[in-house]
Design a protein. Structure first.
Length: 352
């Protein structure tokens, strides 16, 4: 299967998946107890629906999601708007549209995710490499124990420890807020601990597997310097599969920073999603959920395509499959056109 056919199939699968996700999310929200109006009354208008701004958009709310509009029609209205990137106003923020809130929050969440992933890779690659080269040593056992402990801790609990140490004890970093570069340090560290542990263990296992390959033994037997062989052959080939882990991890961080953003009061998509869930802001919940799904699917597709470009073995296997399918089609065509089409079963060699 070529890249074009693979891409078309994945895009079709993504479209069908998004349709299922949107339908499930919408109708589960319809079944959830309570609604925005009830929460608005209980909180005395604290969710942002009171005042002149609410009156200005009340007509659009009624047209899209009024009580006299059937649920299935509300869903179709939302999906029609989603296709044109018109998700309508937010319940909680009636003066802003859902797409503008997503456009404001996503760069913040993406910044945290990219920095956390980069920090995890910078530390994980050398740690995993040294652990593999010193297998069963104190360095290997100690580093894997610490990494396993870090992976077991939830990122919000790691964030609490970091705040207690650097903000409460040492008082060198702010505990929360989004006013300058110093506000990035603690949330990025809290987000990077879990991926760091996963990536380091992945590098270690991948390098151990590569070290057992015959071409590594042959390179060393020909007199290659161990350091050169390790860097040029072992490490290089071990890092290529790392792409398949890093891509989905980056997407998960972009869409899974809810606790960290809430804890550190960072105005990203995670905080917006939490506020929308607490106030039953259906348009914002639907918009962020769909956006999260698109990010995950697109990232996975990009990783699969990039992996095929980076690894020559994948390209070679794909080429062999394509050539094999073409050869079979040609053989079948010759067999159908030839008067001795059963030649392959009677011992007569094929014409092609």
């Amino acid at each position: 299967m070529g890249y074009v056919e693979f891409l078309l199939r994945r895009v079709l699968r993504m479209v069908l998946s998004l349709g299922v996700i949107s339908a499930l999310t919408f109708f589960l929200l319809q079944l959830a107890p309570g609604n925005f109006a009830d929460i608005q009354r209980a909180s005395s208008g604290a969710t942002g629906m009171a005042g002149q701004a609410a009156q200005e958009v009340a007509g659009e709310f009624a047209t899209r999601y009024g009580s006299d509009v059937p649920a299935w029609q509300q869903y179709l209205i939302f999906m029609r708007g989603a296709l044109t990137w018109d998700l309508g106003p937010s319940y909680r923020h009636p003066g802003q549209t859902v797409e503008s809130l997503i456009a404001q929050g996503f760069p913040v969440s993406a910044t945290l995710a990219v920095l956390a992933t980069a920090l995890a890779l910078i530390i994980a690659v050398p740690v995993g490499m040294l652990a593999a080269l010193r297998q069963r040593s104190l360095l290997d056992s100690g580093s894997m124990f610490i990494l396993t402990l870090g992976h077991a801790l939830p990122n919000y609990l790691t964030g609490v420890f970091l705040v207690l140490i650097f903000a409460g004890g040492l008082r060198i970093l702010p505990a929360a807020g989004w006013t300058g570069p110093e506000n990035l340090v603690l949330p990025v560290l809290a987000l990077a601990v879990g991926p760091l542990a996963v990536l380091a263990r992945y590098v270690r296992s991948s390098m151990l597997e590569t070290l057992r390959e015959e071409y590594v033994t042959a390179a060393l037997a020909k007199g290659g310097h161990p350091a050169v062989v390790t860097v040029r052959h072992v490490l290089r080939n071990s890092l290529v599969p790392l792409v398949t882990v890093t891509g989905p991890m980056l997407a998960a961080l972009m869409t899974g920073t809810v606790f960290i953003e809430t804890m550190f009061r960072i105005p990203g998509l995670g905080l917006a999603f939490t506020q929308a869930a607490s106030s039953r802001d259906m348009p914002l919940l639907m918009g962020t959920t769909m956006f999260f799904a698109v990010i995950l699917m697109v990232t996975n597709l990009a990783v699969d395509l990039l992996y095929g470009l980076l690894d020559p073995r994948v390209r070679a296997e794909s080429g062999r499959k394509n050539r094999g399918s073409r050869t079979r089609r040609q053989r079948d065509a010759h067999a159908g056109d030839s008067p001795v089409g059963e030649g392959s079963r009677t011992g007569v060699p094929s014409l092609d």
